[in-house]
Design a protein around this ligand. Structure first.
Ligand SMILES: Cc1cc2nc3c(=O)[nH]c(=O)nc-3n(C[C@H](O)[C@H](O)[C@H](O)COP(=O)(O)OP(=O)(O)OC[C@H]3O[C@@H](n4cnc5c(N)ncnc54)[C@H](O)[C@@H]3O)c2cc1C
Length: 446
């Protein structure tokens, strides 16, 4: 029996796919627009999220991990510092405003920011349906014009829903990446599930764990495992000589500014590439200096005590991983000499990053309407709207998969609030074409 229901209510102006921080910020921007005194042009919005409840990288909610972005780059402040959805309003409501300020930090705990996101998502509960995984998008024609999209969801009970919308906003996040040909199993994890997997594993005899990777998540995983499994040897394997500190210095940090996005967007491909190369270490394969120092200190302390529980196998790579009933046989190659070392381990954690999914996979038939550049990447306007064939008046917005057009901040939180405002303006301009949007190219090059 087909248990997919077609909604008979009116068409939505916008349907958001995914309800992480990006679409949560958009939902807030829309709700604030709709609630503004004198607004007679309200947008009918809904969001579908595949998780059963709100969750932001739950598997990496390490209790002492902190945010890598200032709390002022929360869901709203950079767009509207007077919004009632700011981190400061959340703190006030939780009764911790003064206590937070006494810490004199811009970087809250990750668990605290997760609670903030949940608090904001809870206030918009009426707009989001959890447990709905979007599995298909069908263009809907009026004559020769594609005017709407029919979006299908799947629910855990085998059912689903079809909902019609004039515009879509895809913000489905990143997909965990593992090395080519690598498998994931009960002993081989991606760090995405680190915390729940360690909790489930706890109590089983564990001689050794290998962590592959040299980025922030890898370093966090090494520190967490070292703390959580006090009898276990933790081996960090990476190709670099040492961890690279994340560049959060003020001039480099400007690459995350709204103006930084404008400049990146306007740049020719070779300048885009050089900007990405110059500023990779603001985000990729880079670790907070404090954490690097803490790991070094812990290793040195063990050296003094004659213990060797924390090991760093640098300039190395994994050559082979063989699963046996009693554990893993891992072969590590030291790159300068080619020397091979066998490590018998109980667990292997791939902390090898994430990649943005190509929205084409989700868009299905609707993908054929989207224009692509020579690299086969989506052409995306400055307003985050995908360029489409002339016959299409329905809109597709993307958040997160736009590093090639909008730069390094696309997958991060720094631009979330401002981007939500830009998408709102564009939605209004396309839904009520008489309304002129605020210009999004807000600066000129100096
Ligand atoms: C551990 C970790 C810590 C981080 N810390 C920071 C930080 O401190 N600062 C920073 O700037 N960035 C950080 N990042 C980067 C991160 O990408 C952003 O913080 C943020 O998650 C981006 O939000 P998003 O909504 O675009 O994506 P996500 O948060 O990934 O949300 C996407 C949502 O879409 C849902 N979804 C996916 N497919 C479907 C579908 N087919 N149907 C319905 N729903 C779907 C997912 O379940 C998910 O809830 C961190 C990343 C990780 C992994």
């Amino acid at each position: 029996m087909n248990r997919v229901r077609r909604e008979t209510e009116d068409t939505y102006d916008v349907l958001g796919i995914g309800f992480g921080p990006s679409n949560l910020a958009l939902a807030i921007a829309i709700a604030e627009h709709n609630g503004r005194v004198g607004t007679d042009r309200q947008l009918r919005a809904a969001f579908w999220e595949k998780q059963p409840r709100f969750g932001w990288h739950r598997g990496m909610l390490i209790d002492d991990a902190t945010m890598q972005v200032s709390f002022l780059k929360d869901l709203v402040t950079m767009r509207d510092p007077t919004s009632g959805f700011s981190f400061l309003c959340y703190l006030k409501e939780r009764g911790r405003l003064v206590d937070f300020l006494n810490q004199k930090t811009l970087f809250p705990l990750r668990i605290e920011f997760h609670d903030y996101f949940e608090w904001a998502a809870g206030r918009l509960a009426g707009q989001v349906d959890y447990g709905h995984e979007v599995v298909g998008v069908e263009p809907v024609f009026e004559g020769t014009e594609v005017r709407y999209f029919d979006v299908s969801s799947r629910t855990p009970d085998g059912g689903g829903l079809v909902r019609r919308a004039r515009h879509l906003c895809l913000a489905t996040g990143m997909t965990p990446r593992v090395p080519n040909g690598a498998e994931v199993s009960d002993r081989i994890w991606h760090n995405r599930d680190l915390v729940p997997n360690v909790e489930e594993w706890a109590g089983r005899p564990t001689r050794r764990v290998v962590v592959l990777g040299a980025g922030q998540s890898a370093a966090e995983a090494v520190a967490y495992l070292h703390r959580k499994l006090p009898e276990t040897e933790i081996c960090a394997v990476f190709a670099k000589y040492g961890y690279t500190p994340a560049d959060d210095s003020p001039f480099a940090n400007r690459v995350f500014d709204p103006e930084g996005v404008d400049v990146f967007y306007r740049s020719p491909p070779e300048v885009k590439q050089s900007l990405m190369d110059y500023h990779r270490s603001t985000n990729y394969s880079a670790v907070d200096l404090e954490l690097i120092d803490a790991l070094y200190r812990a290793q040195y302390q063990e050296q003094v005590q004659g213990i060797r529980r924390l090991r760093f196998l640098n300039v190395s790579r994994l050559r082979r991983v063989v699963s046996q009933p009693d554990g893993l046989r891992i072969t590590v190659e030291h790159l300068p000499t080619g020397e091979l070392q066998r490590l018998d381990a109980d667990l292997l954690v791939y902390a090898t990053g994430y990649q943005p999914p190509d929205p084409g996979e989700l868009l299905g038939k609707a993908d054929k309407l989207c224009l692509r550049d020579e690299e086969d990447s989506l052409e995306v306007g400055r307003d985050h709207r995908v360029r489409v064939a002339d016959s299409v008046s329905a809109g597709i917005y993307v958040q997160g998969s736009t590093e090639h057009t909008h730069g390094i901040t696309s997958t991060l939180l720094s631009h979330t609030a401002v981007r939500a405002g830009e998408i709102l303006d564009s939605l209004l301009a396309h839904t009520f074409p008489g309304d002129a949007p605020r210009p999004v190219l807000s600066t000129t090059a100096d």
